[in-house]
Design a protein around this ligand. Sequence first.
Ligand code: MG
Length: 217
Amino acid sequence: MDCPIDASLIARTKGFLDPEEGQKLFEIARTASRLGPCLEIGSYCGKSSLYLGAGCRSNKAVLFSLDHHRGNEEQQPGEAYCDPDLVDARSGRIDTFDFFRKTLEQADLEDTVVPIVSRSGTVARQWATPLSLVFIDGGHTFPAAFGDYNAWCGHIMPGGYLLIHDIFFDPAEGGQAPRHIYELAGRSGLFEDLGIVKTLAVLQRRTVTMLPADLPK
Ligand code: MG
C-alpha cells in the first residue's frame, strides 16, 4: 500500500529523505505500530513524521517525535546544510518547531504524532515505555549517534524495529557514524538485518536471544 499522505505536502516539506525511504518508513510503521508506540529521533520539519505518522494512524497508534528543534551540527548557521529560512530572527538560532507543527497540522496528524521538544539523552533517562519502532535520524557526530543508539535500542520490544538513516559505506558520500551504529547493532546479536533501502537500514529485534556461538563474528 502506498503512503496516503498528499504528495505535494511531502514535496514541499523541508527535509532530507528519499521518497523510497519514506515509503519504507510508512510500511514498517504500519506493521510495527500494531504492537505499540513508535519513536523517531530527529523530527526536523516533519518529513519523516509524515510517513511514520501515516503508518501509526492506520492502527490508531502513536508516534513520539523527539527533537530539540535547534538543528543538528551540520544545520547550524554557516554550516553545509543550514537553511536560512529556519534561523529565528530574534535569537539567531535554528528553530524548526513551528515548521514541524505546521506539517502535522496540514497532514491531520496532530492526534497521532506527539512532539517531544528536548535532547534525546534527557528524555531517554526517564523513558520506561516499550517501543515497537525506533528511527534514529538525529545528530550525525559519533557521540550523538552512539548516544542515541545506546539510549534507545534497549527500549525496542522483541519483534520491534530499529531503523537508522544516512548509512554510507563510502566515506566520500557521507559521515560514518550512522554506519558504525548500524554495524554495532548487527554485531550485538539482538537484531536481524532486514536490508537497506537507499541509505535507510532496517533491523528487527529478535524474539529469541542468540546463543554466544551463534553471534555474528
Ligand atoms: Mg537523515
